[in-house]
Design a protein around this ligand. Structure first.
Ligand code: G6P
Length: 608
């Protein structure tokens, strides 16, 4: 939940570190710091609060000379977000500085041991134990000290290390937290995410668990945990730096909402050839598919809601029972999975700790794992038996939008693919479904255009300390994600309900003027939801409905209506969610919230 970055070369390090940190700020943003080595001394500058404060303090890095350094942006776990708890942390002898993303689970016993040995702690963090261990194990050879230190650590870590005795070398080690090396010309980098590297280089090395690297301006040498040098492939990042910039939009979130037509097209188009779906490395035989008697979809946050939505399409088209489980629950649930279970693990970042744990739990019981992941080379992509990338490009805003709709696009592809293999649809129906899928990007654009100008006004009208989102079946899944978006970025309490459940208690909360957002896009259940609209209106609610554009009945019942173009029922969520993303965006804007970096949240949740 933190971001780390490092640079070694001939240029001034601090401005490069600060720029890199600002690209990683989505990972955590409660404090930040840099350490730069110059003339044998490590200068550490750190502040609580945003990176902008660190830039101010260091005069955009100009006040911190040196050509090698490390940086950190924090989402506090151990110890409050104070200046002292901010990283980097220094060893008592001033020889080592470190930055850390992850959690050292055995830090308490290590801390006691180190205090007994005379080491003095400055902070309350788990991380500080690591820098004292390095000092303890150092006898002139940094690699050995790093190996011995890593062998004592339990938990997850990506560590960046600076040592005064190796004035042009950065050391890194990874275990269960992302770490990528960037290879430049006469300069090299490391970072938690490629977004911090692409403005300098597109050539990267993805480190694996247990690997250590020594990075000088000329080369990066990677070692395994025994200290043996190993050869690593260099990968090429496929997107440009502009993709990680705001490009004229006021917020990344708005930019990413607007990118959805292109992102969904990028997820779908390369997998449809001559009217047939091809799923990269997940081509299954009919026999293999027939051998699957249950599908479990597991994920966290919005990815879980993508699963709730995708479930309807898979069950309807493939007639395979689907369970959708929160990863944080599934991992402790003693799940009933075996070699006949296919587990779809959905994650934008590919690094969510609970999702990774659920994946491992299911795999240990023999299930086959299909990852649906956005970030290339991420942990889930590596752990899964097969991975379908969502190809959404970098998503910077903490609240996901294009990450979510591209997950839906891949789930839809999977549903149609498996349905055909299993013989549930004939050529005609397949062609019709694929045609509708290929129409999705265009219709998402229409869903934006049809509502764009009225959304700021509606957001103002429906903003309230408490909102209800209702819907049935596929519309209920949309209501869940719509309410989450509203909570995440506008801090308004939004509750989603299966519309039919309202009368079992929640309707007691409906009073004069209570905003209710009713998703009414699934025609099989639309009339039922309409009855629920009538019920809440009878109790004074103010209703904003979301429906297909030719739905006349809704106009006579709801106070206001958002329209979307018509699409095949099982694909509606990818369209219907878009106006709700914009509704949340404008509600947050109206309140003056920090839309891209909502309070208390982080984009990549690597704690359990
Ligand atoms: C965080 C983000 C959410 C995201 C969830 C799961 O809570 O703020 O937007 O849906 O993590 O993340 P993942 O990367 O696994 O999709």
């Amino acid at each position: 939940m933190c971001g780390i970055v490092g640079f070694t070369g001939a240029r001034s390090a601090a401005p490069i570190l600060l720029k890199g940190l600002s690209r990683l700020e989505y990972r955590g943003y409660d404090s930040a710091g840099i350490a730069v080595l110059d003339s044998g001394v490590i200068d550490v500058e750190k502040v609580s609060g945003r990176i902008a404060r660190l830039c101010e303090k260091t005069k955009d890095g100009a006040a911190v000379p040196g050509v090698i350094g490390i940086g950190h942006t924090r989402w506090a776990t151990h110890g409050a977000p104070t200046d002292l708890n901010a990283h980097p942390h220094l060893s008592n002898d001033g020889r080592f500085a470190i930055v850390h993303n992850g959690i050292i689970e055995n830090y308490l016993s290590l801390r006691e041991e180190l205090i007994a040995d005379g080491y003095v702690f400055q902070s309350e963090t788990d991380t500080e134990t690591v820098v004292h261990l390095l000092e303890m194990y150092y006898d002139g050879d940094v690699l050995t000290a790093v190996r011995k230190t890593a062998a004592r650590l339990e938990g997850s870590y990506a560590l960046g290390i600076l040592c005064t005795d190796a004035p042009d070398t950065l050391w890194v080690v990874r275990e269960k937290s992302p770490l990528i090396l960037g290879l430049g010309v006469g300069e090299n980098f490391f970072a938690s995410d490629v977004t911090a590297l692409v403005s300098h280089t597109k050539n990267v090395i993805y480190l694996e668990d247990g690997e250590i690297a020594a990075i000088t301006p000329q080369r990066a040498i990677v070692y395994d945990c025994t200290g043996r040098e190993i050869r690593k492939d260099v990968s090429r990042v496929s997107w440009d730096v502009e993709a990680a910039e705001k490009g004229g939009y006021e917020h990344f979130m708005l930019k990413e909402i607007m990118e959805q037509p292109a992102a969904v097209r990028a997820a779908l188009a390369p997998r449809i050839h001559d009217g047939q779906i091809r799923l990269d490395d997940f081509e299954l035989t009919t026999e293999e598919l027939r051998g699957i008697n249950k599908i479990i979809i597991t994920a966290c946050g919005s990815a879980y809601y993508a699963g709730c939505s995708g479930r309807y399409g898979i069950e309807r088209l493939c007639r395979i029972p689907v369970e959708v489980e929160l990863a944080s629950e599934l991992r402790y649930a003693d799940p009933m999975v075996d070699e006949h279970t296919l587990v779809l693990v959905i994650s934008q970042s590919g690094e969510t700790a609970d999702t990774i744990a659920a994946l491992k739990e299911c795999r240990s019981r023999g299930a086959k794992i299909l990852g649906i992941v956005n970030v290339v080379g991420s942990t889930i992509a590596k752990l899964a038996d097969h991975t379908l990338y969502t190809w959404a490009g970098p998503e910077i805003a903490v609240a996901t939008t294009k990450g979510f709709t591209t997950q839906l696009a891949v789930l839809y592809l999977f549903a149609v693919y498996a349905s055909e293999k299993l013989g549930y649809i004939d050529d005609g129906r397949r062609a019709a479904l694929i045609h509708e899928l290929m129409e999705l990007p265009k219709r998402i654009q229409q869903a934006i255009d049809m509502n764009f100008y009225q959304l700021p006004g509606l957001a103002k009208r429906y903003s309230s300390q408490s909102l209800f989102f209702i819907g049935r079946n596929t519309d209920y899944a949309v209501a869940l994600e719509g309410a989450l978006k509203m909570k995440e970025i506008s801090y308004l309490h939004a509750e989603s309900y299966a519309a039919g459940e309202l009368k079992h208690g929640t309707i007691a909360l409906i009073d004069e003027g209570q905003p209710v957002i009713a998703v009414c896009c699934n025609e099989a259940v639309c009339d039922k939801t309409l009855s629920n609209i009538v019920e809440v209106k009878a109790r004074g609610a103010k209703v904003l409905a979301l429906a297909f554009r030719d739905n006349r009945k809704i106009v006579s019942q709801a106070d206001d209506v958002l329209f979307i173009p018509r699409i095949e029922t099982v694909f509606t969520a990818a369209l219907a969610v878009v106006p709700l993303q914009l509704l949340a965006y404008y509600a947050a804007k109206e309140k003056g919230c920090d839309i891209d970096k909502p309070k208390n949240l982080a984009k990549s949740v690597t704690v359990e």
